[in-house]
Design a protein around this ligand. Structure first.
Ligand SMILES: [Zn+2]
Length: 69
């Protein structure tokens, strides 16, 4: 098995990265009062990322603004 690489920085993920994140996909529904319900049918995509890379992306993206690009 080859070492996984981080989906965000594309560097290898080593055994020390035990707090790594798993990317998931799922389904959510808009709520009448705004926002969305919890993710249903959550599934891992197989992509993994370093905790610090996820933190960096999370700081750059305002979840209320929509686009991930
Ligand atoms: Zn990374």
């Amino acid at each position: 098995m080859t070492a996984p690489t981080c989906a965000l920085c594309h560097q290898p993920i080593t055994a020390e990265d035990h707090r790594l994140y798993f990317q998931v996909v799922g389904w959510e529904r808009a709520r009448p009062q705004g926002g969305t319900n919890a993710l249903r049918c959550r599934k891992r995509t197989g992509q993994v990322a370093h905790p610090f890379c996820v933190d960096r992306v999370a700081r750059q993206i305002d979840p209320g603004q929509g686009s991930l690009l």
